[in-house]
Design a protein around this ligand. Structure first.
Ligand code: AMP
Length: 282
């Protein structure tokens, strides 16, 4: 039976009854195939699985006082049905008051310089909101393992660094990107795309796949050309495209074993991110 915990007290009592190892999957809900993959992996590797569903205002512009937060898709009934189907033990879906009683927290976990680049440059404070809520979720659920998608490559790197820097006794498990049949990375925000905008958004995975093929073939990457393709694509606004070291998030000149091409675009008012691993000779 899947327990729905709406409060910290309910979560604590549900967690106390869980046997064996615990896998945590933090989400903001509006669940899709990508989330389902994280949950399946957590179920394979742990005795018990906890999934959090919480649209965290701290990681949105103006601490949630923005349309992006208000319009973020929410459907707890559908999410709970899906998670019940996947055999999840506990779904933690707290209210904002339950997570932040008395308003905003005074004490935050700061993501530092890693949180200021790339996504953080366009969304100031976003990653401080992420590290703060994830630290709270780790404290609340005491997981043995926690599952994060490689789609949010910067988030994954920052959480790995937080766990190392603050000695959280949690193993961070990265999960590869799940894509739709057309190649677009699954995202809760895809719900906002019209059919036309979705078609236009496909330039993002196409340009990234081309970079991946070039790297594999040992051909120079032509990042400027790739940026130009995104900048000039119909209906698309380029935020950034960079080749980085996935652990430090710093730009790299040479495509080593594990370089990442990361990009963000806006299509039809929706912000989309994606990335591919560049492996020479793959
Ligand atoms: P979100 O609900 O968007 O905050 O995502 C919750 C978790 O699911 C994060 O660790 C994301 O990186 C991960 N995730 C979201 N979309 C995908 C995807 N298409 N493939 C793999 N993981 C994903």
């Amino acid at each position: 039976m899947t327990v729905l915990a709406r409060s910290v007290a309910q979560l604590r009592s549900a967690i106390a009854d869980l046997p064996g190892s615990v896998g945590l999957v933090p989400t903001m809900g509006a669940l899709h195939e990508g989330h389902a993959r994280l949950v399946s992996l957590a179920a394979q590797e742990n005795t018990s699985v906890v999934v959090s569903v919480f649209v965290n205002p701290l990681q949105f512009t103006d601490l949630g006082d923005c349309d992006d937060f208000r319009n973020y898709p929410r459907d707890l009934d559908a999410d709970f049905a899906l998670l019940e189907n996947l055999g999840v033990d506990v779904v933690f879906a707290p209210t904002t008051d339950e997570m932040y009683p008395g308003g905003l927290p005074q004490v935050w976990v700061r993501s530092g310089e890693m949180g200021e680049r790339l996504e953080g440059a366009s969304r100031p404070g976003h990653f401080d909101g992420v590290t703060t809520v994830v630290a709270k979720l780790f404290q609340l659920t005491q997981p043995d393992r926690a599952y994060f998608g490689e789609k949010d490559a910067q988030q994954l790197a920052i959480i790995q660094r937080m766990v190392a820097d603050l000695n959280f006794p949690v193993a961070v498990r990265p999960v590869p990107i799940i894509r739709g049949e057309d190649g677009l990375a699954e995202s809760s925000r895809n719900q906002h795309l019209s059919a036309e905008a979705r078609e236009q958004a496909l330039v993002l995975p196409h340009v990234l796949a081309e970079l991946q093929e070039r790297a594999a073939a040992g051909v120079p990457l032509d990042i400027k050309g790739a940026r130009r393709m995104l900048r000039t694509a119909e209906g698309v606004e380029l935020d950034h495209l960079e080749v980085i070291d996935p652990a430090t998030l710093l730009p790299v000149e040479e495509v080593g074993e594990g370089a990442l091409a990361v990009a963000a675009i806006h299509v039809g008012g929706t912000r989309l991110i994606d990335n591919v691993r560049l492996v020479p000779g793959a």
